[in-house]
Design a protein around this ligand. Structure first.
Ligand SMILES: Nc1ncnc2c1ncn2[C@@H]1O[C@H](COP(=O)(O)OP(=O)(O)O)[C@@H](O)[C@H]1O
Ligand SMILES: [Mg+2]
Length: 239
């Protein structure tokens, strides 16, 4: 397994101002995230998890400190270079599934392929099919969101995030709209993606039940890292 971190944050701080008050949300956070692993950031609501994920994925600039992703210092990029970087390297999965109701599962998954380098329609169909097979929906590709369960919808959203084969996959509360069993399925799928593709998968959750699938669990409290544990009960990968 590669030991070169794919994301490195050093001493990041971040505050938000509203009116006269200024609230510091992240305090001096330094961490390195490895490829081929599912890293979960957990912590109570309001502890800064989403803010940290945004900072690590370049959606939000820290006030102090640096973030390197795939060796690139994100603050050195212009807004359009950052857009290109995210388009080429990052997949995002959020709590709501954000699927288009009028489109089939496969059409939803093909959408991101319209951005970036042009690819042939046949290849787009093939890639979207592979992504849907990876999440176990190969036989349900022609269904529309209304015909799918919540767990299936989130798996479509994962397939859509995978279709461009991103090296970095970010998931903010990907299971919060799901029941416990579907939540477990989704998180074990994220783990499998990390293990089989070498993708860096960084997930955020307030649900402690999901950490058993993670290779590493980082606990955030009041904007500080208070724990950083490797899950020793997860079998070593052979890669
Ligand atoms: N864009 C924003 N503007 C102002 N305050 C924000 C913004 N985003 C987050 N916050 C505040 O920062 C704190 C941490 O938020 P967040 O990172 O969303 O926590 P979590 O994801 O752990 O629930 C909260 O108090 C929240 O209100
Ligand atoms: Mg959040």
């Amino acid at each position: 397994m590669s030991t070169t971190p794919s994301i490195v944050a050093e001493h990041i701080d971040r505050s938000f101002s509203s009116g006269k008050t200024r609230q510091q949300v992240l305090f001096d956070i330094s961490l390195s995230i490895l490829p081929g692993e599912l890293t979960m950031i957990i912590g109570p609501s309001g502890s800064g998890k989403s803010t940290l994920l945004s900072a690590l994925s370049g959606l939000l600039a820290p006030d102090n400190g640096t973030v390197h992703a795939l060796g690139i210092e994100l603050s050195k990029l212009t807004a359009s270079q950052l857009d290109t970087f995210r388009l080429e390297n990052c997949g995002f999965i959020f709590q709501g599934f954000n699927l288009f109701a009028a489109l089939t599962a496969q059409e939803n998954v093909m959408l991101p392929l319209n951005y970036g380098p042009k690819i042939h329609a046949d290849e787009a169909r093939q890639r979207s099919k592979e992504a849907l097979e990876m999440v176990g929906l190969g036989s349900r590709m022609q269904l529309r969101p209304l015909e799918l369960s919540g767990g299936e919808k989130q798996r479509v959203a994962i397939a859509r995030a995978l279709v461009k084969r991103p090296r970095l996959l970010f998931a903010d509360e990907p299971t919060s709209a799901l029941d416990g069993q579907n939540g477990q399925i989704v998180v074990s799928l994220l783990h499998e993606i990390a293990r089989t593709r070498g993708t860096t998968v960084l997930g955020v959750s307030h649900d402690n039940r999901l950490i058993k699938h993670a290779d590493r669990v980082i606990t955030l409290e009041d904007g500080r890292v208070v724990k950083d544990q490797r899950a020793s009960h997860i079998p070593e990968t052979t890669a």
